[in-house]
Design a protein around this ligand. Structure first.
Ligand SMILES: [Zn+2]
Length: 296
């Protein structure tokens, strides 16, 4: 059975619905993160901007109708050209500006599964949502299987592919000398995360991606989440605890032989919902995703 609220949440997440959204009121907020590094918030995934004499490096680009505003915000930081765009994964709220930027000559880079998925129609299986293939100019022209390192603006910027987590093409991007990381959608700061099981994602993968970041981060690390405000190691640790709690409860219920409806009726996240349930996903939608993931 489809959940109307999950469909709505997916509509906000995926490019298939971007035409139906009104972007005219969206303002791009610029948040300083570290020397030469800013985070942009508008609608869709958070953007990282690394600026300097060697040109601008972007992580993710939200939706196509926002490209002009995003570039205005970027050029208020630095007037130089945008040279590279790294996509953390294929979802349209992180790649919607690709066609505009690709046509402008920006080199688009991503894990090889991002290009593969964007090249053909995608179906969010359990929900029956179709996302059409992207036009050629929107596709990453440089792909990598495990990691890629950029040496720009005095910063070693390393995009590292993690085992399937939010999707099967996720990258986490480290700006080494600045002690900053962009986690892509392996981290929703303050909300239950969408996990795209149909694109190869899993909650165990998200937890393991979070563990990798926790292992490398320290108390000074600035963490740019895929969604939500600028964050830090302590908040990421809290997020991990929530994920593990929900996973363990759902798994225990499945082992006890309960079905999806019974598990939902038990409200296994009731004590967590005040803190985590006010974002993209309603608690029951998140539980449904975890049930479908762990039932496979
Ligand atoms: Zn996503």
């Amino acid at each position: 059975m489809k959940s109307a609220s999950l469909l709505l949440a997916l509509g906000l997440t995926l490019s298939s619905a971007s035409n139906a959204q009104d972007f005219s009121q969206v303002e791009i907020k610029t948040i300083p993160v570290a020397e030469g590094l800013h985070m942009l918030m508008g609608r869709g995934g958070n953007i990282a901007v690394l600026a300097g004499d060697d040109g601008v490096f972007l992580v993710d680009d939200q939706y196509a109708p926002l490209t002009e505003k995003i570039l205005a915000a970027v050029h208020a930081i630095d007037e130089g050209p945008v040279r590279f765009l790294l996509n953390t994964h294929w979802h349209g709220d992180h790649t919607g500006g690709n066609e505009n930027l690709g046509k402008a000559g920006v080199v688009i880079v991503a894990h090889e599964n991002v290009r593969e998925r964007m090249s053909v129609k995608q179906v969010i299986q359990a929900r029956g949502i179709e996302v059409p293939a992207s036009p050629p100019a929107a596709l990453p022209i440089l792909t990598f299987p495990t990691s890629i390192t950029f040496h720009l603006n005095g910063v070693t910027t390393e995009a590292v592919h993690v085992a399937p987590a939010h999707t099967d093409g996720d990258s986490v991007v480290w700006f080494a000398e600045r002690n900053v990381v962009h986690t892509g959608d392996t981290f929703f700061n303050g909300f239950y995360p969408f996990i795209d099981v149909g694109s190869g994602g899993s909650i165990d993968g998200v937890i393991s991606a979070v563990d990798d970041v926790l292992a490398r981060a320290d108390d000074e690390t600035k963490i740019i989440p895929g969604h939500g405000p600028l964050s830090n190691r302590e908040e990421l640790q809290t997020y991990r605890e929530m994920l593990v709690t929900v996973r363990d409860r759902v798994r225990a219920a499945l082992v006890a032989g309960k079905g999806a409806d019974e598990i939902l009726a038990d409200k296994p996240t009731a004590d967590l919902d005040a803190a985590w349930g006010g974002g993209f996903l309603k608690p029951e939608d998140f539980v449904r995703i975890v049930v479908s993931d762990l039932s496979r």
